[in-house]
Each structure stands twice: as structure tokens, then as C-alpha cells.
Design a protein around this ligand. Sequence first.
Ligand code: NDP
Ligand code: 2IT
Length: 444
Amino acid sequence: MSYVDEVIERVVRENPNEPEFHQAVKEVLESLRVVVDANEEKFRKDALLERLVNPERQFKFRVPWVDDKGQVQVNTGYRVQFNSAIGPYKGGLRLHPSVNLGIIKFLGFEQIFKNSLTGLPIGGGKGGSDFDPKGKSDREVMAFCQSFMTELCKYIGADTDVPAGDIGTGAREIGYMFGQYKRIRGVFEGVLTGKGLTYGGSLARTEATGYGLLYITQEMLKSKGMSLEGKTVVVSGAGNVATYAIQKAQQLGAKVVTCSDSTGWVYDPDGIDVAALKEIKEVKRARLTEYKNYRPNSEYHEGKGVWTVKADIALPCATQNELGIEDAKTLVANGVIAVAEGANMPTTMEATEYLQSNGVFFLPGKAANAGGVATSALEMSQNSERLSWTFEEVDSKLQGIMVNIFHNLDDAAKKYGFEGNYVVGANIAGFEKVVDAMNAQGIV
Ligand code: NDP
Ligand code: 2IT
């Protein structure tokens, strides 16, 4: 049996009930075959892949907090410190009822390669909790965040592990967590990114993931002699990534006609109104059913459906496995040119293969959504030098990083005989740097 197959089998056997983690490992290792096969003897002897798929350490802890009725609630908190070969652990905190160890491990594993692709010195980590911020009062969210950080603060620090936002964790949650970290540890340091601008946050971090997604999509289209100008785009999600992806797509001349949340989706033939979306989601924290009050010409539908709308470009920006094989078939039948992942692993493996084999340009999340964590690393730099850069400075660095990422994937894919396969390109390019650093540091 090949080394890759052996390790995949072992991961499935030793991590039961973690299907998302298995999926992330399979996708990466399958596309590394060409590199691993060429170094099989050395990698096997060094147990390189076993070290890569086993987190350096993982924490699971109790998070008790008191709700507005005086009832004590108990959630579970996680932090997985996956790989620190190229820098301090870096990765977001997800707050969503679906969170479990397998989800955090899949996200942490992806983060290793994503962070490597940014070219910046950040290792891979991820954390979160099964706490659901939806429907909670600000006081309840604060109570949860303070309790969560009371335990988490033992394991993180500006030079060891720097968490940030993800699903359910935005500016409000980061603020409460930062306050509690400072109170307990007694240091004002860049221990979290995505902070508010008045206490060490970076300009353009809020916009970075969505903007970066469009910068890399634009660069890919440019390499094919195309552009975003005049293209119709379908987006899923209505959170941080989706909102700023829609905004940048529109600035670059495309028309975005959909967005969605966990209960339904919107079709707006005139193009999504970003100001209305922000008001509904960021200010009112309400449902997309409200969108029609701002845009009478739009349609609201219950359930899933954005991938049924005819478009040139599809940008999944909500959550994992939200774009399956039937969706991929519909997109192809409707003539989609490109799919770029704003979310982490939103496309199933079967759907990805279908899109690629039907000539759709496919940019995987670990490259396409890397603008968020890259800008987090820029926030860390600003915190270290106790300075802050202008929006234009950060945004132009972000553009440079995304353009670079695209060419690194493109070159790696070509070098190994997989021209145009950006999944293989991203995994190989991300892996090479991590492996080099791991080898240099010995068996640790
Ligand atoms: P948000 O919480 O801001 O938004 C998530 C959006 O997706 C919401 O509109 C949510 O609906 C919707 N959604 C639909 N179905 C689900 C579901 N089953 N689980 C969770 N959300 C669902 O998160 P982000 O925009 O920050 O994150 C979106 C994706 O992008 C995630 O995969 C995340 O890991 C990834 N990502 C985020 C980065 C960041 O910087 N924030 C960086 C790189 C990747 P509702 O409004 O009803 O909650
Ligand atoms: O998935 C991701 O890259 C993020 N949620 C952002 C991580 C970060 O540290 O900014």
C-alpha cells in the first residue's frame, strides 16, 4: 500500500466520527501523491505525514456561563494547535452549535497550508465552541466570551497562538474576549486579531477575506484573458466573508444577484444592496426575510437555492459542504466559468472533481480565502511595531499577497504536470514550505 493510502486509512481509523477531518486530510494527501511518491522512503522513515496529520496539541474545556434568567449554561470550548513549523499558531474561533472536535481539526488542518500560502510567518490552529450567539443578548454573549477566555488565556499569547474571528465570532465577540484576556493576564498585546480600530485592530481586516477572494479571482480570470467586468455572480452566505465579497465584486464591475443565510436566500435582479445587507446582518442581527423591505424588486426563498441561479461565477461564502454534486451539475449546465471558495471546504470532493472535469476554473478555499488570515498577520506586524498603517497600505499589501498566491499555485500545478488544477497547486505549494521548515527543525 502506498504511504499516502496508509496514512489516510490510519487517520480514518484513529479519528472516528470526524468525517470533515477525514475529508480535509484526504483532499490534501490525494493531491500530494506526486510529491510524496517521489520522496516516499524518506517521508515514511521520518513519519512526516503522521506528524502532519496529528495536531501538536489540542485543548477541550468546559465553558459555564449564566444566562439572563439566572440559569447556568454549559458549553464546550476547543483550541487545536495543529502545526507551528513556520510561526505561532494562527486561526479563527468558530461559535456555532455544529462545532465539535472534528470540525475544529478540519479547519486547523486546512489552516496550516493556507497560512503557508500567504508567505507570512504563521502556523496553523483553530478553535471555537458549540455556543450559539444567535438570539442571545449582548450580556449573555459577554458572559460566554469571558468564561471561554478565562480558560483559553492559559494557552495563547502574541508570540504563541493568536486566535481571530470565524463563523459567529465578529467584532463584538473579539472585543469581549480581548478585554477578558487583558484583565486576567495583565498584558495589552496582539493576542487576537480582528480587534476594533480603537484598541489595536487593523484597517481593512474586516473587508480582507471577501476583498482577497475577489483579488485572486480577478487575477485568475486575467491569466485567461478575462475579467470580472459585466459578469453575473452568485454568492452564498450573508456574513463577514459574503458581504465584502459582494462589495468588491460590484466595485470591480460584476453584478452579484444572490446571498443567503441559514434559513433562506435572496435573489435581487438589480444587484445586492450591500448597505441594506450590512444594516440587516451587522446592525439588526436579523434574518434575510427583511431584505425585501429595502428592495421590493427582490425575491426571498426559504431553504437552499443560490446555485440554481444562472451565473458566470459562483462564490460559496457560508460553510462547509454547502455546494454538492447536484449543485455542481446545475452550475455547469448554466455555463458557470469559475468557482472560488470564500468559505472553508464549502464544495464537496465529488462536486470539486465534477467542476474541474467540466472545465470550470476552481480556486480552493485555502488559497481563495487566505486574505483574511494574511491581513491578520499584517495586524500582528502593526501591533509588534506599535504603529498602524493606512487602509490603502494594508489593502495594497493584501492585493500583492493574493496575486502572489495565484501565481504560486499556478506555477506549482504546472511544475508537477497538473496545469490548471489549482487544488493540486495550492496543496503542493502550501505543503512544500511547511515540510522544509519541519525537516530543518528535526523530529519534534
Ligand atoms: P459569519 O458568521 O459572519 O457568516 C456566516 C454566514 O453563513 C451567515 O450568513 C450564516 O447564516 C450563513 N450560514 C448558512 N448556513 C450555515 C451553517 N450551516 N453554518 C454556519 N453558517 C451558515 O461567518 P464568516 O463570514 O466569517 O465565515 C464564513 C465562512 O468563511 C466560514 O467557512 C469561515 O470558516 C470562512 N472564513 C472566514 C474568514 C474570516 O475572516 N471571517 C476567513 C477565511 C474563511 P446566518 O446569518 O443565518 O447565521
Ligand atoms: O479561516 C480563516 O482563515 C479565518 N477564520 C481567519 C483566521 C485569522 O486568524 O484571521
